[in-house]
Design a protein around this ligand. Structure first.
Ligand code: HPA
Length: 253
């Protein structure tokens, strides 16, 4: 079953026929909110709002382990994660969508693994390709079908937050090879790998990164809000197509 993790601006899916909400408990504590089970064109999916349904959990306090564990426990084997990002590359401006293919982790102090000492012999999981390529291709196919413009690939720099970056930090990230910056891509992607979940992300560019383009003189929350609604409208179209793409039901959408 497909699981969708919604980020800022995406706390629900409008066309989702909700069948039940399930409060989940895990060995790692509680997820960001109840799991929302529902159907899109007859296809069952689970939705979870990463920052809580009232958007009250900051990026560094998201219980990523509980979120991923709960989704897996409830039958999820594929995850598409939606996250807002700032655009670093000159291709990526506010209003753009991107399916990253790489990441760089700048976060610290987050519970970033399910591995604990003394349980099993230590292994080191391959993370050369942090995103599931089949899932990425499905997202790109859904975008093409719906004529939603999406950039294929890019390096997602995951910052600790909750503050935005300095211009110098963005310059350093660019030198490191980053194309976009967000706050929630890790440890989410790696924990999904540890649980053997097929995981890919959609980056919704809500602002030019600090010191770039329209953000040369700063980043204004009001400007982010202006692009967010339109962007999430396109993300919803994408997600719905992604769900129904392989549906046996003919769904007029
Ligand atoms: N930086 C970090 N995270 C973000 C940004 C940004 O500019 N925009 C949206 N999430």
């Amino acid at each position: 079953m497909l699981g969708i993790i919604g980020g800022t601006g995406l706390t629900k899916l409008t066309n989702l026929e909700i069948t039940r909400r399930q409060v989940a408990r895990t060995p790692y504590g509680e997820p960001s909110g109840a799991l929302t089970f529902g159907r899109l064109c007859g296809v069952e999916i689970v939705f979870l709002a990463r920052h809580g349904y009232g958007h009250t959990i900051p990026p560094h306090e998201v219980n990523f382990r509980a979120n991923l564990w709960a989704l897996k426990e409830h039958g999820v084997d594929r995850i598409v994660s939606v996250a807002t990002v700032g655009g670093i590359h000159s291709d990526l401006h506010a209003g753009g969508l991107v399916v990253p293919d790489q990441l760089i982790d700048y976060t610290w102090g987050r519970a970033h693994t399910f591995v604990v000492s003394g349980e099993k012999p230590v292994t080191h999981l391959d993370f050369t390709e942090p995103y599931c390529s089949a899932m990425r291709q499905d997202i790109l196919r859904a975008a093409a079908k719906k004529n939603v413009v999406v950039r294929d690939g890019g390096v997602y720099a995951v910052a600790q937050g909750p503050r935005l970056e300095t211009a110098a930090e963005i310059n350093r990230m660019e030198r490191d090879g980053a194309d976009m910056v967000g706050m929630t891509g890790m440890p989410e992607a790696y924990l999904a790998r540890e649980l053997d979940l097929c995981y890919a992300a959609i980056g919704a560019v809500v602002n030019d990164a600090a010191g770039r383009g329209a953000s040369r003189n700063g980043i204004r929350e009001e400007d982010i809000q202006l692009v967010l609604n339109d962007l999430m409208g396109r993300v919803r179209i994408l997600l719905e197509e992604l769900v129904i793409m392989d549906s046996p039901n003919s769904c007029i959408n």
